[in-house]
Design a protein around this ligand. Structure first.
Ligand code: MLT
Length: 404
């Protein structure tokens, strides 16, 4: 009889957003008349911007002619997109990142999940608590964690860095030294951020201890405050210790299009082995590239028209964030986030767990959100709402919550 990967069996239940979706489906089946508003998963609702659509059409037309047809994309991505990113996302902001240090991929979730493969199996990971579940779950699948303590909601052999109200939802340097540190700013789920000065302490710490930071910058387009860094490479020394993951899902609405990039500077080395070479080997072996059509759409993100249209789209979602935040405050909730991120993090009413509040909100307001405890034990007693809904549904959801 074949045997399965036992590490998968350690995972409790299903993936957080699958559980949320299942509960929503079950509620809808039992209450067919309910008009449910979904403010749970951070999935965009606005259509692709005209500049992107035009690029997509143009690329499809190219694929229709022998002279301009494209087969497999280059392993690491087309030069035109990698150069556009290097120039706009990094060099224009004073970050020393070159096009050949950028790997194009088909999703930040995929890259966040796969990147752990290039590290030794006995590496110790450190994660913020609460945290985007992909970082921990993929390390569980890889056999890098110990056992799950259901009562505590934690894994052995994982360093948890609590992000609480007391720390302004920022992590503190861990007492035990990790090999890999996952950081995500602006943060999912809390919507919090760190200043460049705070991020610099992480870079200094990683360089001092020999750890690598995996920096998830999926929400950087939502930063509105000057002191918040857009990239970890704004910090001195990040080239020797930090990998950065970029998404096109949240800044350009590509959740259903699929495009991302992972930056691995050639200066990150273990002895004389460059992490860059390992990821290139992995990419070449396991990935056949994001399609030409999608990479052309990605290039349009950096055109003048693309920049203007996408900044309007970000403003649209951030207006929703404001509606949610102000509305919840008026209704007496303690709320944070929503200033540099499209997520609002609220405290559940006294005596209610995160999942209690999920059920209550679904039943009383027909609004679906995400329970904070699904992101880790320090998320218990919190709840996340996303600003990625339409304006109309966001306003309606808040009106219903106010009436609860
Ligand atoms: C979230 O809701 O946390 C994110 O949308 C999930 C993701 O980006 O994969």
């Amino acid at each position: 009889m074949f045997r399965v990967n036992q590490d998968y069996l350690k995972l409790p239940g299903s993936y957080l957003f699958s559980t949320v979706a299942r509960k929503q489906r079950e509620y809808q089946a039992a209450h067919p008349e309910a008009e449910i508003i979904k403010l749970s998963i951070g999935d965009v609702t606005q259509p692709l911007a005209p500049a992107i659509v035009e690029a997509l059409h143009g690329a499809v037309d190219e694929m229709a002619h022998a002279e301009t047809f494209h087969g497999y994309a280059p392993d690491l991505g087309y030069e035109f997109l990698r150069s556009a990113m290097a120039k706009n996302d990094y060099q224009a902001k004073g970050c020393d990142i070159k096009a050949d240090e950028i790997f194009i991929s088909d999703g930040a979730k995929e890259d966040c999940g796969n990147i752990q493969e290039i590290f030794s199996k006995d590496s110790k990971i450190a994660v913020c608590d609460p945290v985007y579940p992909v970082y921990v779950d993929t390390n569980v699948m890889a056999g890098r964690t110990g056992t799950y303590d259901a009562a505590a909601g934690t894994w052995s052999n994982v360093i948890y860095m609590p992000c609480t109200k007391e720390t302004n939802f920022a992590p503190e340097l861990p007492k035990e030294t990790p090999d890999i540190i996952y950081l995500c700013f602006p943060n999912n789920p809390t919507g919090s951020t760190v200043t460049k000065e705070q991020l610099q302490t992480w870079v200094d710490y990683a360089n001092k201890t020999g750890a690598v930071i995996i920096y998830d910058a999926a929400y950087e387009a939502y930063i509105s405050e000057k002191e918040v860094p857009h990239s970890i490479y704004e910090c001195e020394g990040a080239r020797t210790c930090a990998i950065e993951i970029r998404s096109f899902s949240k800044n350009a609405g590509f959740t259903g299009v699929r495009l991302s990039a992972t930056v691995i500077p050639k200066d990150i080395k273990s002895g004389d082995v460059m992490l860059h070479s390992l990821w290139a080997r992995r990419h070449g072996t396991k990935f056949n590239g994001t399609s030409y059509i999608i990479q052309k759409a990605g290039e349009a993100v950096y055109s003048d028209a693309g920049k203007e249209q996408l900044s309007a789209q970000v403003a649209y979602y951030m207006n929703n964030a404001k509606v949610i935040k102000e509305g919840l405050k008026d209704a007496g909730y303690n709320v944070s986030g929503g200033v540099n991120a499209p997520y609002i993090w609220l405290e559940t009413p006294k005596g209610m767990t995160s999942w209690d509040f999920f059920d209550y909100l679904l039943d009383k307001a027909n609004v679906v959100g995400t329970p904070g405890s699904g992101f880790g034990p320090s998320g218990e007693g919190y709840f996340r709402l996303t600003a990625f809904g339409t304006y109309e549904s966001t306003v309606a959801a808040i009106e219903r919550i106010k009436k609860m």
